[in-house]
Design a protein around this ligand. Structure first.
Ligand code: AMP
Length: 424
């Protein structure tokens, strides 16, 4: 099988690294890739926002299967255009991808299928949104309806904070994404992610993970795309897992199929484990970044046939096996991230670290001859396996400490919640 992976982050490096190990693979391309993906695939410099450029490349290079990583391409419907060109594609349809692209779409589906989630109101004007806020009080959650690069959500502890968020949204702080606002009940609990492959009618649950969204130690500082993650998440017990499949995942899959818009891809469910059981916070319609990095290190099965079966509606009978270990990833980011940061600093010592228990996945890197340069916010994902979260953490930080990059920073406490829990 000749395969093209779409994307340039740590998630795509991890997917490509895993796909590259498949006996089914004959040739692997990645567009555009990064400074690390060249080790496992051939980087191709095509504009992935130009769907025709992607399909033209596929035809020219006789690509059999395309795997789409990032949310922007899912929401833009790249999967539909690749399929229309006669090529199998791991990417939900543009319609089903609204699970991620529109918070209102997901909320309506939850209503239809009685999926446990936060109570909400959806508004297209400020006056109505404020009026609803005053009936609900705080704490409360204000969300721009569309994609807002992870910045469209305000968890407001006071009515004043919520008012400001509503006014900002309608004033255009998130452009078109904020033309509609969803106001949600605040849910209290621990958050966990569950990843499930869905082929439209059948599902294959993968595994769980937890991530750290804040920039600094102790879960402080601004929100980021994710500063680290680990898998599995023991907080998700068998009982909670079964309840999640039955009350959240299956009704989603069946509801979308019944509407005639089946979901084919990976369902990434963000869950809040509340006193009343698991409730849906949000869906993403693609793999998580950095969760994929830990998933791929733990996965024993061949990924490629699973992705292909998902894309072609033939998942039934497939199985997935995991290493009986924890994986943990530490994100090394450029100083300043998630705000403004410089590009072009040089990284030393990131080569030759990979082993059975350690993988350095690249995100915002670029090769310049023999030099490795940082060109993004999140730059390296140092990912390790261990018998415990603690052991995986120690190995990951041992890797981090051999990398010489004065312009970078990372959190030093990835996995703290689980480590504290298992120590008590
Ligand atoms: P989202 O983009 O919907 O995942 O929201 C970003 C983050 O905001 C989530 O990961 C939660 O930490 C928090 N959040 C979102 N919705 C709620 C809610 N209804 N109650 C409490 N926290 C929430």
């Amino acid at each position: 099988m000749r395969v093209l992976v779409i994307g340039s982050g740590g998630r795509e490096h991890a997917l490509a690294w895993k796909i590259a190990q498949s006996p089914l693979l004959t040739k692997l391309f990645i567009a555009p890739g990064n400074g690390g993906t060249g080790e496992v695939a051939e980087n191709v410099a095509i504009d992935i926002n130009d769907h025709k450029a992607v399909t033209d490349f596929c035809k020219l290079m006789a690509i059999d299967f395309v795997v789409v990583g990032p949310d922007a391409q899912v929401v833009a419907g790249l999967g539909d255009d690749v399929r229309a060109a006669g090529i199998a594609c791991f990417c939900p349809s543009k319609t089903a991808g609204q699970l991620e692209g529109s918070k209102g779409f997901t909320k309506v589906l939850c209503d239809e299928m009685d999926i446990p989630t936060a109570a909400y109101g959806r508004f297209d004007n400020e006056a109505a949104a404020l009026a609803y806020l005053y009936t609900q009080g705080a704490p409360i959650v204000i969300k721009a309806d569309g994609l807002a690069a992870g910045k469209g959500v305000t968890v407001a502890m006071t009515v004043e904070e919520a008012e400001a968020a509503i006014v900002d949204c309608f004033a255009g702080a998130f452009g078109e994404s904020g033309a509609e606002v969803v106001i949600e009940e605040f849910m209290e609990g621990e958050e966990v992610s569950l990843f499930v492959l869905c082929d439209g009618k059948d599902i294959l649950p993968l595994t769980t993970a937890q991530d750290h969204k804040r920039a600094f130690d102790g879960d402080t500082g601004p929100n980021t795309g994710g500063m680290g993650a680990y898998s599995p998440a023991p907080v998700m017990t068998r009982e909670i897992y079964d309840e999640t499949l039955e009350r959240i995942i299956w009704p989603t899959v069946r509801g979308l199929a019944a509407r005639g818009t089946p979901y084919q891809g990976v369902l990434y469910a963000g869950l809040m484990l509340t006193a009343d059981g698991p409730r849906l916070v949000e869906y993403n319609a693609r793999f998580g970044d950095p969760e994929t990095q830990v998933l791929m290190l733990r996965m024993e099965s061949d990924l490629l046939p699973l992705l292909h079966a998902t894309a072609t509606g033939t998942l039934k009978g497939h199985d997935v096996h995991w290493k009986d270990q924890f994986a943990l990833t530490v994100i090394m980011a450029t100083e300043g991230y998630p705000g403004a940061y410089d590009k072009g600093s040089e990284i030393h010592g990131a080569e030759g670290l990979d082993s059975e228990t350690l993988q350095v996945f690249h995100a915002g890197t670029r090769r310049d001859g023999a030099r490795l340069l940082a060109i993004g916010g999140r730059v390296l994902n140092v990912t390790a396996l261990g018998q415990t979260v603690r052991e995986a953490q120690q190995r990951a930080y041992a890797g981090v400490d051999t990398i010489d990059w004065p312009s970078g920073f990372c959190r030093r406490d990835i996995g703290w919640r689980e480590i504290t829990r298992s120590a008590s």
